[in-house]
Ligand binder design. Structure first.
Ligand code: MG
Length: 158
């Protein structure tokens, strides 16, 4: 089965930019109720989608004070536990990060390793693509960042 995830966060001066659990050197960062790890949020939604479990907002409502500034790695680990409990495991995850700056090409491999480790997958089963929005719309003006994720899961066979 497959699942798809999408997330957007606003980018503002002085906030931190965390992608795939990594703190990225950047003058602008994500405005968020949580830690704003837009990459992990999209991956979580892809995994939830693959097993028909709704979306991240249902599992971690932003109206709940418990979820304020929540570490996205905690939400991911909850999601991976749910996947396992439903009898599935991840096959691979592919991601496209859309942002104007900073340039991610020099650190794409680092992001990949971090995500692979968090997912318990070998690096070859995690792919990170980065692209700009050619200066168009809010992404192109560095006012927002978007991530698209897709994953495949399979039933655990013993
Ligand atoms: Mg989000």
């Amino acid at each position: 089965m497959v699942g798809f995830g999408y997330d957007l966060h606003r980018l503002v001066e002085g906030e931190s930019l965390i992608l795939g659990g990594l703190n990225i050197e950047s003058s602008i960062g994500t405005l968020a109720h949580s830690d704003g790890d837009v990459l992990l949020h999209a991956i979580i939604d892809a995994i939830l989608g693959s097993i028909g479990e709704g979306d991240i907002g249902e599992h971690f409502p932003d109206t709940d004070i418990k979820n304020k500034n929540i570490d996205s790695k905690i939400m991911l680990s909850y999601t991976l536990n749910l996947l396992k409990a439903k009898g599935f495991e991840l096959v691979n995850v592919d991601n496209t990060i859309v942002l104007e700056k900073p340039k991610l090409s020099p650190i794409k491999e680092e992001i990949r390793s971090s995500v692979a480790q968090l997912l318990g997958l070998p690096n070859k089963r995690v792919n990170i693509k980065a692209t700009t929005n050619e200066k168009q719309d809010s992404i192109g003006k560095s006012e927002s960042i978007v991530v698209y994720s897709i994953c495949q899961v399979k039933e655990i066979t013993n």
